[in-house]
Design a protein around this ligand. Structure first.
Ligand code: NAD
Ligand code: 6OD
Length: 492
């Protein structure tokens, strides 16, 4: 189901009001829906509705009651998965199989995982014993932050939204979500699903619009927001940090990446090429974890390049529902202009596109889509802009190296620190090199394999903090330590 009119969702109701903007299908440039942009008043109403829910029954739910409602949300997501799938595809143009297997299935998994995590979480406690015999029991209660602003991007819209909303409500918060202006639909449908699951009104709210001088900025600056969790570009992270500064709000940021893959001569080359191809081209390269720099040990350089070119040739661009489509368009013409600017920079800075490097010829009915050819460059120096700046498209620079230490140095020579992958059949090397990566995650002989209990995030320009498992519980709660005197003697 693709919605024609996308409205803000506040206090359990869809609101009329706000001016409209078009939601464009990147496959063919047609208008999917009209979106009601929230003005400052609507954003303030959403924050007020969230705050009100905290002093209602929601504020008294136990962890196991919250876990139960989250499992119902997961069930309702599964029951409405076709609606969510159609909406996600219409907004993003991504292949149906990818949306089904990654985006929609992770949405329910996010709720199930954090239901389990909150249901089994306990309080940190310490039995304190002093040398003079005094004793005390310390235990830390974790209280919700309160109203959490959730600002998310367009590349994995429902996955990234629920990755934040699930732990936030598991911890007893209320949320106001600002989805990307490019992908407003699934966040909106989730409002209905939350009601169907019995989540009290006001715990989940959605405001639509853009960033600066629109819903994003209004929300991150609104009085009554107690914390901000954000996924998106590093430069937007800086702007949000400035918005959070005056009231010293906690922030959790998952930002951009310039992720490296290191392919050693002792790798299983066929498996490495398969994995690398997935890591470069999945979602048309629009995953923050995608590889954009591939360092290949010299003896296998030509073989890996040839293998990746063959893989790129096998990709099939097309409509999300066409059989065999592997690759959708970029999200917008604006984003394609950005990616194309890197095609020009690559040429100017000495690179050669061994495949791609241009806009593909598409059938007439898709000519207004944001199509781009999967592209691989050789000959780029490590210091060139396509090797240093995040492109966020189906592109990678392929560069040879000689020694392990050189590969580690090149991979770490970046201001980003999100993800890396290491391809080797040498177990010791896998552990050793993986541990030397200055990234939030290092995969060895795989890519984007996730355990939701493990820490996730990045350093440097790639983010602040970690979410996942108890890391999420730490961000979305404030501890209060209770200290109970157990002995007769008072301290001091
Ligand atoms: P973006 O930063 O342009 O937008 C993200 C969200 O922030 C949108 O909802 C947007 O409307 C909002 N926004 C923009 N300016 C704002 C402002 N001044 N105040 C408040 N909100 C504002 O990012 P994008 O183009 O939507 O997504 C692509 C980027 O996201 C890439 O850089 C990618 O690497 C990054 N990303 C990172 C992760 C991660 O986990 N590290 C995951 C997905 C995407
Ligand atoms: O898998 C996740 O939990 C996650 N946050 C992925 C981020 C992908 C970036 O585009």
């Amino acid at each position: 189901m693709a919605l024609d009119l996308i409205r803000n969702f506040v206090g359990g109701e869809y609101l009329d009001g706000g001016s409209g903007f078009d939601n464009i299908n990147p496959v063919d440039g047609t208008v999917v829906s009209s979106v009601m942009e929230a003005d400052r008043g609507i954003v303030e109403k959403a924050v007020a509705a969230a705050r009100k829910s905290l002093s209602g029954p929601w504020g008294r739910y136990t962890a196991s009651q919250r876990a139960a409602i989250m499992r119902r949300i997961a069930e309702r997501i599964e029951a409405r998965s076709e609606d969510l799938l159609r909406a996600e595809i219409a907004d993003t143009g991504k292949p149906e199989a990818l949306a089904r297997e990654l985006d929609i299935s992770r949405a329910s998994l996010n709720f199930r995982a954090f239901a389990d995590i909150i249901a089994s979480s306990g309080a940190d406690s310490f039995l304190t014993e002093f040398a003079d015999g005094r004793r005390a029991l310390n235990y830390a209660l974790r209280k919700p932050l309160g109203v959490v602003a959730v600002v998310v991007p367009w590349n994995l819209p429902l996955l990234l939204l629920t990755w934040k909303v699930a732990p936030a409500i598991a911890c007893g918060n209320a949320v106001v979500v600002k989805p990307s202006e490019e992908t407003p639909s699934t966040a909106t449908l989730l409002g209905e699903i939350m009601k169907e699951a019995g989540l009290p009104d006001g715990v989940y709210n959605v405001v639509h619009g853009f960033g600066e001088n629109s819903a994003g900025e209004f929300l991150t600056k609104a009085d009554g927001v107690d914390g901000i969790t954000f996924t998106g570009e590093s430069s937007t992270g800086s702007a949000i940090m400035r918005a959070a500064a005056p009231s010293v709000r906690p922030v959790s940021f998952e930002l951009g990446g310039k992720n490296a893959a290191l392919v050693f001569a002792d790798a299983d080359i066929e498996k490495a090429v398969n994995g690398l191809s997935r890591s470069i081209f999945t979602n048309t390269g629009q995953v923050c974890l995608c590889t954009e720099r591939v360092y290949i040990q010299r003896p296998v350089f030509e073989e890996v390049v040839a293998g990746l070119v063959e893989k790129a040739k096998m990709l099939k661009l097309g409509r999300p529902t066409d059989p065999g489509t592997t690759t959708g368009p970029l999200i917008s013409q604006k984003h394609r202009d950005k990616v194309l600017s890197y095609f020009r920079k690559a040429e100017d800075e000495g690179g050669t596109a061994v495949i791609g490097g241009m806009v593909p010829e598409m059938p007439a009915e898709l000519a207004n889509g944001s199509w781009i050819m999967p592209t691989l460059w050789t000959g780029l120096s490590h210091d060139s802009s396509p090797m240093r700046e995040e492109v966020f498209g189906p592109v990678a620079g392929l560069v040879p190296f000689d020694s392990e230490s050189e590969a580690v140095r090149l991979a770490n020579d970046t201001r980003y620190g999100l993800a890396a992958s290491v391809w080797t059949e040498n177990l010791e090397r896998g552990h050793r090199v993986g541990a030397q990566m200055n990234t939030g995650i290092s995969w060895v002989n795989t890519w984007y394999l996730r355990d939701l209990r493990s820490p996730f995030g990045g350093s440097g320009l790639s983010g602040i903090g970690r979410e996942g498992g108890k890391n999420s519980l730490h961000f979305y709660t404030e501890p209060t330590n209770i200290c109970i005197k157990l002995s007769e003697e008072e301290a001091l």
